[in-house]
Ligand binder design. Structure first.
Ligand code: MLT
Length: 403
């Protein structure tokens, strides 16, 4: 009989958000009359920018004519999108990135998971705890050793350096799930660590568009020396509502090298290119035209308005939770609010309480790692009415609980 990859027996049956969705489905099946509000997975609720929709319509029409239709897309993205990313995200911010260091993809989730393909199994991995579950799950799937770096209120959610020298370090800032950030100086310490220990930083910048404060980096490449030690993942999902359209990109600088078992140095940029051209057939032309439109003046204004709308939700949620005496973090430079559960409840106990009593869904902090136990994540991606209703329901729920 065929043998499985044994490492899959070390991960739970369900991916975190699939488990949450399953419990919500079961609840709805039992109580079809109840109206559930989700502040769980960070999925969009606001219409996609008109500039993006217009570009998608136009690109769709091109497909109806043999003279303008497009077949397979270039593996690393069309020049029109790569050049728009290069100009707006990097050159305009004075960051040195080259066009052939940008790899357009179907999103940061796939890329943060797939990057392990080009890295040896025996690398020592360091991952902040809590973290976006893809990092831990995909490394467990490959059987790698992981050291978790606890991020808690005690260390102000600034990860400690690993005890065991790390070959590969996952950092996500603004952070999912805690919504916290690192300043440029704090991130510089990690770049310096990586240079000193010849480590690779996998920097997930999926939420950079939500940064509102000065001195918080949008890209690790704002930090001197990062080109030698970091790969960065970016996404249009939260920036411009592409969760269902699927488009992201990964920056792999040509200054990055890793060694073979014989000690030979190989370019990670060349290896990622080889991996992508073998396993990936490019992001749809129509979607890439939509992504390009994000960088037009109208696209910029419209997507920024939507981000401001979501961040107003974040403020509403945070203020409401704080008014209930719960300690909350994030929600200023990120669309997530990370709050301590009331009365020392476990994360899943709080999940069940909110779902069963007032039909509000959030994400249990322990699903993001052991250091997330006793915490709960709310997302700001709801629509305003539902968000306001959810906070009223939470107030009712906890008010009654405390009586
Ligand atoms: C989240 O809720 O953490 C994200 O939406 C999940 C994702 O981006 O895959």
């Amino acid at each position: 009989m065929v043998k499985i990859n044994e490492h899959y027996t070390e991960i739970g049956n369900n991916y975190l958000f699939a488990e949450v969705a399953k419990r919500v489905r079961e609840f709805k099946a039992n109580y079809p009359e109840k109206q559930v509000i989700s502040l769980g997975i960070g999925d969009i609720t606001q219409a996609i920018a008109p500039a993006v929709i217009e570009a998608i319509h136009k690109a769709t029409d091109e497909m109806s004519d043999a003279k303008t239709l497009r077949g397979y897309a270039p593996d690393a993205g069309y020049d029109f999108l790569v050049n728009a990313i290069l100009k707006h995200e990097f050159q305009d911010r004075g960051i040195h990135i080259e066009a052939d260091e940008i790899f357009v993809s179907d999103g940061a989730k796939s890329d943060t998971g797939n990057i392990g393909d080009i890295l040896g199994q025996d690398n020592q991995i360091a991952i902040t705890d809590p973290a976006y579950p893809v990092y831990v799950d995909t490394n467990l799937m490959s059987g790698r050793n992981i050291e978790l770096l606890p991020c808690t209120p005690d260390n102000h959610f600034v990860p400690p350096f690993p005890k065991k020298t790390a070959d590969v370090i996952y950092l996500c800032y603004p952070n999912n799930p805690t919504g916290t950030v690192l300043t440029k100086d704090q991130l510089k310490l990690w770049v310096d660590y990586a240079i000193e220990h010849q480590s690779l930083i996998l920097f997930d910048a999926a939420y950079e568009a939500f940064v509102s404060q000065e001195n918080i980096p949008h890209s690790i490449f704002e930090i001197e020396g990062a080109r030698q030690v970091a790969i960065e993942f970016r996404s249009f999902s939260k920036t411009a509502g592409f969760t269902g359209l699927r488009c992201g990109y990964t920056i792999v600088p040509k200054d990055l090298f890793a060694k073979t078992s014989k000690g030979e140095k190989l370019s990670l940029n060349a290896l990622w290119k080889r991996r992508q051209s073998t396993k990936f057939n490019g992001t749809a032309y129509i979607i890439q035209r939509g992504a390009e439109a994000v960088f037009t003046p109208e696209g910029q204004t419209q997507t920024k308005e939507t981000i401001a709308y979501y961040m107003q939700n974040a403020k509403i949620i945070k203020e409401a939770l704080e008014s209930l005496g719960l300690s909350c973090y994030g929600g200023v430079n990120a669309p997530y609010i990370w709050c301590q559960t009331p009365d020392k409840m476990t994360s899943w106990e709080f999940f069940d309480l909110l779902l069963n009593k007032v039909q509000v869904v959030g994400t249990p902090g322990s699903g993001f790692g052991a250091s997330g136990e006793g915490f709960f994540r709310f997302t700001a991606f709801g629509n305003r009415e539902a968000t306001l209703q959810a906070v009223e329901r939470i107030k009712t729920c906890l008010g009654t609980e405390n009586n």
